[in-house]
Design a protein around this ligand. Structure first.
Ligand code: PLP
Length: 341
């Protein structure tokens, strides 16, 4: 299929409306068969559950063109099961995981003109989400839901390569209470906006959140997990019930162990250990890995030896291996790459 005539290499990370999206509705205890539709707008009752009690969850993944010209997605089964986990935690019906994969395939096929060509640095960002749609005024879950997926072509998250970030330790707690930190939901992002805006105002790229009980352990940032590299070449990444289980982080752990022969430690990470690490990074679908050069905690700074100019050597190796697997020039573990066409 002909591609759209877009300036792929110069796309930003923003929303560009495409012609087609996927929608399925849940009513009387069942999902309908779902369809690809044209209308980008949603009309809902003023009292819809999503507006009153924030019953909404989402996922984020990418479709892209491999070196040999296939259109693929990366581990969409993990997005399907994480959306199901988020739904259960917010008392929403689960959208069946096999139907989730099928819906991703349908919506990418319907938007093939927008899948960026290989080598452009751009990808098709895919945003599945679900919300409570019927009126709810007493505090309870909605009875009716809509599941949708839209797509939008996006450029590289960081233009001109990834410069190491400066992060501050946030005074704010990241997550809403009661362990909802491991749910991918707008409510957690809403709770993080004030911390993000104030971090940016003070010249920081992101917030590092500590565990709210003791404020001694590293959790994550607003939208990415942390990875660290030790002096003796181990990969260390924080473990906590209130960290969102990043698919990129889980993939990096596998790549570190099975492709780079590193020892991987997934465990509680104390803030006091940071000064001993030689490299740090943030990981998530949008940027894959962003190096972190410096962490600021009030008047104290921790500067990682990898510095403020380039990605650390180990971080770079992890980045190159994972993106090599995604783009098809390094052999992928069984089941990681889902070919759409
Ligand atoms: C989406 C998200 C991540 C990154 O997860 P990926 O599956 O790697 O994209 C990390 N933290 C939070 C809070 C998130 O919402």
């Amino acid at each position: 299929m002909e591609k759209k005539n877009l300036d792929w290499a110069n796309l930003g990370f923003g929303y560009m409306q495409t012609e087609k999206r996927y929608v399925s509705n849940y009513k009387n205890g069942a999902w309908d068969e779902g369809a690809i539709i044209d209308d980008a707008n949603i009309v809902l009752n003023e009292c819809a559950g999503v507006f009153q009690y924030a019953q909404t969850i989402f996922e984020g993944l990418k479709a892209y063109t491999t070196e040999d010209g296939r259109t693929v997605t990366f581990r969409p089964d993990l997005n399907a099961s994480r959306l199901a986990d988020s739904a259960r935690r917010l008392e929403m019906p689960v959208f069946p995981e096999d139907r989730f994969i099928d819906a991703i395939e349908q919506v990418v096929k319907a938007n093939m003109e927008y899948v960026p060509p290989y080598g452009s640095g751009a990808t098709l960002y895919i945003r599945p989400y679900m919300m409570g749609t019927n009126p709810v005024i007493g505090v309870k879950p909605a009875d009716e839901y809509q599941f949708r997926i839209f797509v939008t072509p996006v450029g590289p998250y960081f233009k001109g390569g990834a410069k190491p970030l400066t992060i501050r330790v946030s005074d704010f707690d990241r997550a809403a209470p009661h362990g909802t930190g491991h749910i991918k939901a707008g409510l957690n992002y809403a709770m993080s906006l004030h911390a993000i805006v104030s971090a940016h105002e003070e010249g920081f790229d992101e917030n590092m959140y500590l565990d709210p009980q003791t404020r001694t352990k590293v959790e994550e940032t607003g939208g990415a997990n942390f990875i660290f590299v030790t002096k003796d070449n181990k990969l260390v990444t924080p473990k906590s019930d209130s960290i969102l289980p990043s698919i990129t982080r889980r993939s990096i752990m596998y790549v570190a162990e099975h492709y780079l022969g590193m020892t991987v430690e997934h465990r509680e990470v104390y803030y006091d250990e940071l000064q001993d690490f030689v490299e740090a990074g943030l990981c998530g679908t949008a940027a894959v890995i962003s190096p972190v050069g410096k962490v600021v905690n009030k008047d104290k700074e921790i500067c990682f030896p990898s510095g403020m100019d380039v990605m650390g050597d180990v971080t770079k190796k992890l980045y190159d291996t994972l993106t090599g697997i995604q783009m098809g020039h390094i052999e992928a573990p069984e089941g990681w790459i889902k070919t759409i066409c």
